[in-house]
Write a protein that binds this ligand. Sequence first.
Ligand SMILES: Cc1cc2nc3c(=O)[nH]c(=O)nc-3n(C[C@H](O)[C@H](O)[C@H](O)COP(=O)(O)OP(=O)(O)OC[C@H]3O[C@@H](n4cnc5c(N)ncnc54)[C@H](O)[C@@H]3O)c2cc1C
Length: 448
Amino acid sequence: MRKSKDVRPPSDIKPFAQTPLNLDVAIVGAGIGGLSAAIALVRDGHRVTVYESAAELSEIGAGVQMSPNGVRQWLEWGIGPNLLERSLMPSEMKLRRWKDGEFLSRTELNPDFERKFGAPYLVLHRADLHSVLLKHAVKLGVKVRVGSRVIEYDFDTPTIKLVNGEVVQPGLVVAVDGINSFARSQFSKFPYRGPQKTGVAAYRLMADIADLKADPETAWIVSSTDLNLWVGNNCSAMSYMICNGKYLNLVLSHPDATDTSNKSQQELTEEMLSYFHDWDPVLMKIVEKKKTIQNWPLFEVDPLDKWASDSGKFIVIGDAAHAMVPYLSMGVSMAVEDAAALAKALSYMKDRSDLLPALQLVEKLRIPRTKRVQEASFSNGQVLHLCDGPSQRQRDAALNPSAEGKLLDNSPYGLNDPKTQAWCYGYNVVRDVEDYVRSGGFRVNSHP
Ligand SMILES: Cc1cc2nc3c(=O)[nH]c(=O)nc-3n(C[C@H](O)[C@H](O)[C@H](O)COP(=O)(O)OP(=O)(O)OC[C@H]3O[C@@H](n4cnc5c(N)ncnc54)[C@H](O)[C@@H]3O)c2cc1C
C-alpha cells in the first residue's frame, strides 16, 4: 500500500489558463474519480483543492481493469507515459468454462481496441494508478488536504465545513466521495438508502508470479499478459497480471451469502473453497498459490435523478452517483468520463451565471449514460454466472465461433459484442458534450 501525507504543488507551477473564467473548486474525495476531476479542472485553469477524509492517501491493494473510453481521457490529459509505465496491455481476454477450463471465446484487446477506440485496454494495480494520478495532479498545481473530512454542506452558498471546524467557500463544490457518500445523503431530496447489496461478492487474491512460473502446471497462466475468465455455476474467476508482471491478480465472484467482515484468512479460504473446490483443477492449482485473500461484497447505488444543486454551485459525480458491479470494467471509466464532461461543460461558461446550465448539461448527458452502463454491467455478470442448463448452452453456442477466431456480429458477452463495445468503449464523452452544445442544447445565461 502506498501512502503519502498532505501534498502541495511545487511553487513554479502555472495553470494552463484555457478558460477565461477561473473558479475556485473544492473536490471532496481523493479517490481515483476525485483526482481525475482535479486533473481535468486544473488543466483548464481552475484553482483546485481536494479535501480527503483519510489521514494518509492510499489505495487498497488489488488490480483494476481500465477500458479505452476512460484511458483515452487520461492520455489526453498527459498522464500517458507514467500510466503506461505501470500498466500491462493484455492482448486477449479468454473466456473459459468453469469446470474444465474449456475455451469458450476470445476477445482481442490490444492492439485491436487501440485501433478501434483510440486507446488501449489496461490492467494495473490500484495503488499504482492512484499514485500516478496524485503525482500528476500535484505537478499541475492541485492542493490535496488529507485528514479533511467534510461534515457539513451548504449547497447554495456553497460552503463545506471540515471536521476541524474550518469552513471553506469555493466557487464550486464537486463531491466525489464514493459509495458511502455523505454529500449524496445530504443533497438528495429522497432519503439516500446508501449502498445496496447486489447479491454478489468477490474474493480478491494475489499470487507471486515467481511461484506460478516455478510450477509447470501453472507456468502457462503467466506466460502471456492475457486475461483469463472462468465462468458458470453462479460464479466467475478472473485472472490477470499486475505490477509489471510481479503478481497475478485473481477476482473470484460468488453469491454474497455470509458476513465475512471478521473472518480470518483461513476461514475465508475455506469459504472460498466451498464455492470453487470443483472448478477447473488448473485454476484451483493457481488459487492454491495465493498469498492473500480478501472478500469484497459488491454494491450499487440507486440511480440519482439530480446531480447538481439549483444554485449551480454543487455537483456529485463518480461512485457516489452511480457505483456499479465490475463486469464491464467501467466503474473507473465512468468517474473519468464524469470529470471530462464537467471540465468540458465549464469551458463554455462566459460568466458565473453560466454555472447552472453547465452543470445541467453534465446531468443531462451523464445520467442516462451511467444508468445504461450500470444496467449493462449487472446483466453482463448474470450472463457470465449462468448455471449449466439450456441458457448456458445457448450462450456457449453463440460464443463459440469467437474461440475459433471468427468475429461475432452479436455476442451475449458484452466485452466481445461489437455493439456493446461500440457504445461502451467507443464512446467519447468530450465529443458528446461538443455535439450537444453544437446542437443548441446548451444555452448560457450570459448569452441567451
Ligand atoms: C471488487 C471491486 C472491483 C472493481 N474492479 C474494477 C475494475 O476492474 N475496473 C473499474 O473500472 N472499476 C472497478 N471497480 C470500481 C471502481 O473501483 C470505482 O468505480 C472507482 O474507484 C470510483 O471511485 P470514486 O473516486 O468515485 O470513489 P472512491 O474510490 O470510493 O473514492 C472516494 C474518496 O472519498 C473519500 N471520502 C469519503 N467521504 C468523505 C468526506 N466526507 N470528506 C472527504 N473525503 C471523503 C474517501 O476516503 C475516498 O478516498 C471495482 C470495484 C470493486 C468494489
